[in-house]
Design a binder for this molecule. Structure first.
Ligand code: GLA
Length: 700
């Protein structure tokens, strides 16, 4: 076995190791799979705690205090169940799982448990991810019996925290225009619950937890302290329960949402729950984020180590009022500025003049584009840019040919009102005929036009999520919707491998590991006000890497923020431009061109470097972060000062992540210092309110 990775086994006891992290479990004498350890890797296999039932009082159930990997209808340290099921209308409820077999691979471990009465098999699949301190965990339920089993909850697993001590859960909440809000809540007795019930993952939060110790001196910071973390790879309804039991155990439960959920598992069928990518960091939140960033950029992304082209997007400039002439005028200015890819947003397709009509009819509007998209695409390409287009496949306006032909294709309950949001309904992505229609119409669009980039939007959440013709329990919709979405998007990706796909959901409403595996980048938020964006981007960066974080410099609050500031905020991710360039003066265009040129020099660092968050925008008027090259040869520092009423001096920004022994110069100054000195002494920025700086460090 290589050092620091893989699976160690001794009888029915297993230790997963990745980097400095370890996760252990074993089967106790009665066949129950017991969780034993999650934390820093230990020197010897025999150092890990034995898999035994915990001592209990005679009045307790024998398993009352025993930490388990999967909690069921039986007693366990947790009162929450990972899995729940009923048969025969509730005459038998809950599961009783006992160990059956295990299979150990290089980096995988599959453990089979069985409920003997129901003849229900549960397979837990664990994996270790290289040296990153990350593990994966998934779960399948297979009905080997004769009777139908109704699954009413399928979480991916219970995550048991170390015994003893106080913990706090860090999580992300939010809403439209204010995504990825950072929260930290002490885990008091009882539960903290987070979930999504509206078919989209993340406007209200992300299926993610990062737990640290909530005791004096033990709380984690960016680069120090212990963090236990995880996130679900799923793009739909999810639920997280952070529990502190009466016996003082901390346990996190995470998985598909069981709210309004049921699944009829017939004889011979299997149900797969999405995986959780989880881990342990002994070096604070920064190390956790960098582990996720690496995983997403290198392994999950359909285009490993993606570096985004600079996009211009027409939405804020023209809204629905798009045509050949207007778009070409914008493309002209964009190309001169140095933009690499021109995206025409909403408004281009049949009957789309407002948000009241057109969704579903995905061919060019005959009035706006009488000769189709070709003349515009040619005009864009003649100017040396690639061409991109906005679509919203999952949606339909009642005022569209598609809806008139297939009113039954939307989510609805028979006989009840179909509530609209933004004047639109949601197509039932669980239906195979809907999936086939979408694959066909977008395949044609992409085959007939040389389109390099698609922005896939999704602008409402679900209500009345009914499926009258479904022959099974209609509550399966929440899962079947997402599986259908993955099928359509996956199929289009496979047929058009050169297209870059941007994930949008009224901003960051569906950002999760599932989408990271399907798309190159995500539109972070519809809120492009720079100070707000700094907060949103910091929250986003907890999990998701900068090469996926699309941001445009726009005209929002244009008179509040200098152009430099607006650009610098967007240059922290995948830079784009979204203002109405026809309104920009020559001077503004030339300043913008300078930023684009500058971004081209540093974007390899932004996209591929290690992120070090140095001062949080949530807590400080002067905030800063740096992207450090993997080989530590260079780094780029971003510093922002929003409004501060204080006259006090700017703080020194201590630069983490450089090689402590190497010497580094910083641009614009003669000072050369070791990495250690930059970390200890730091750099004092020379900015005033609403000013910003981007400074490059080079090893000398
Ligand atoms: C959503 C997106 C915007 C824009 C509009 C178009 O709000 O988040 O960027 O594409 O839809 O209708």
């Amino acid at each position: 076995m290589e050092d620091g990775m893989g699976i160690q086994a001794s009888g029915n006891y297993w230790v997963l190791e990745s980097g400095d992290a370890a996760y252990a479990m074993g089967v106790e004498a009665g066949g129950v799979l017991v969780h034993t350890y999650w934390g820093r890797k230990l020197p010897r296999l025999s150092d890990y705690p034995a898999a035994e039932r915990a001592k209990h009082f005679s009045a307790d159930h024998v398993l009352q205090l025993t930490a388990q990997e999967v909690t069921t209808g039986e007693a366990s340290a947790s009162d929450e169940r990972t899995l729940d099921a009923t048969i025969a209308g509730g005459h038998l409820r809950g599961l009783v799982l006992r160990f059956e077999s295990a299979e150990v691979g290089d980096n995988t471990l599959a453990i089979t448990l069985r409920d003997a009465d129901l003849n229900l098999r549960v397979v837990l699949t664990y994996g270790t991810l290289d040296q990153r301190g990350l593990f994966t965990r998934a779960l399948s339920v297979i009905n080997d019996g004769e009777r139908e089993v109704k699954l009413t909850r399928v979480f991916t697993g219970a995550f048991n925290l170390p015994v003893g001590g106080e913990f706090a859960i860090n999580h992300l909440s939010g809403r439209w225009g204010d995504e990825f809000r950072m929260n930290r809540d002490p885990m008091g007795f009882g539960t903290i619950q987070r979930d999504s019930r509206r078919v989209i993952t993340s406007h209200g939060g992300v299926p993610y937890f990062a737990v640290d110790r909530n005791e004096p001196g033990l709380a984690a910071s960016e680069e120090a302290g212990e963090v236990w973390f995880g996130t679900l790879q799923w793009s739909g309804n999810w639920r997280l329960i952070a529990e502190r039991t009466r016996d003082d155990r901390g346990i996190i439960h995470l998985g598909l949402n069981d709210h309004d959920f049921a699944w009829d598992l017939q004889s011979g069928e299997a149900f797969d729950a999405p995986r959780v990518v989880y881990g342990y960091s002994a070096n604070g939140f920064g190390a956790m984020s960098r582990a996720y960033h690496d995983l997403i950029r290198q392994d999950l992304s359909p285009r490993p180590n993606f570096v985004a082209p600079i996009v211009y997007n027409s939405w804020y400039a023209t809204l629905f009022d798009v045509d050949q002439e207007g778009q070409t005028a914008l493309a002209d200015k964009a190309a001169k500025m140095g933009v690499e890819l021109f995206v025409m947003d909403d408004g281009w397709f049949h009957g789309r003049n407002t948000d009241k009509a057109g969704l579903g009819d995905w061919w060019p509007d005959e009035v706006k584009f009488p000769k189709g998209l070709t003349p515009l695409i040619d005009a864009v390409k003649e100017r040396g840019m690639q061409f991109g287009l906005w679509i919203e496949p999952e949606m339909v306006n009642p005022d569209s040919d598609l809806y008139r032909a297939h009113p039954d294709w939307v989510l609805h309950y028979e006989g009840r009102e179909r509530s609209l949001m933004r004047n639109q309904s949601i197509l039932n992505m669980g239906r195979v005929d809907v999936q086939d229609y979408l694959i066909d119409i977008f395949d044609r669009l992409l085959t007939e036009n040389p389109i390099d980039f698609i922005k896939w939007d999704m602008n409402r959440s679900a209500s009345e999520a009914g499926w009258p013709t479904h022959e099974r329990d209609a509550r399966e919709i929440w899962v079947r919707y997402v599986e259908g979405l993955y099928r359509v998007w996956g199929e289009l990706r496979a047929r058009h491998p050169n297209v870059i796909w941007e994930n949008c959901c009224s901003g960051g409403g569906r950002v999760d590991l599932g989408m990271m595996a399907l798309t190159e980048q995500s539109w972070t938020s519809d809120n492009t006000v720079p100070a707000a964006r700094l907060l949103i981007q910091e929250g986003y960066s907890q999990l998701f890497p900068a090469n996926t974080m699309a941001g445009w410099a726009t005209d929002e609050e244009r008179h509040e923020y200098p152009l430099d500031f607006r650009f610098h905020v967007s240059m922290a991710g995948a830079l784009g431009v979204g203002g109405n360039l026809l309104d920009w003066s020559d001077e503004e265009c030339s300043v913008a061109a300078g930023h684009l040129a500058r971004f081209k020099e540093i974007r390899h660092l932004v996209a591929g470097g290690d992120l070090y968050r140095l001062r949080s925008a949530h807590h400080h008027a002067v905030s800063a972060f740096a992207y450090v090259a993997r080989d530590k040869a260079e780094a780029v520092l971003f510093v922002f000062r929003v409004h501060s009423a204080r006259l006090g001096a700017n703080p020194a920004i201590r630069i983490a992540g450089l090689d402590p022994e190497a010497l580094y110069a910083v641009e614009g100054s003669d000072v050369v210092r070791t990495g250690r000195a930059w970390a200890e002494i730091g750099l004092i920025p020379t900015i005033k309110n609403l000013q910003s700086q981007i400074l490059r460090f080079t090893r000398v």
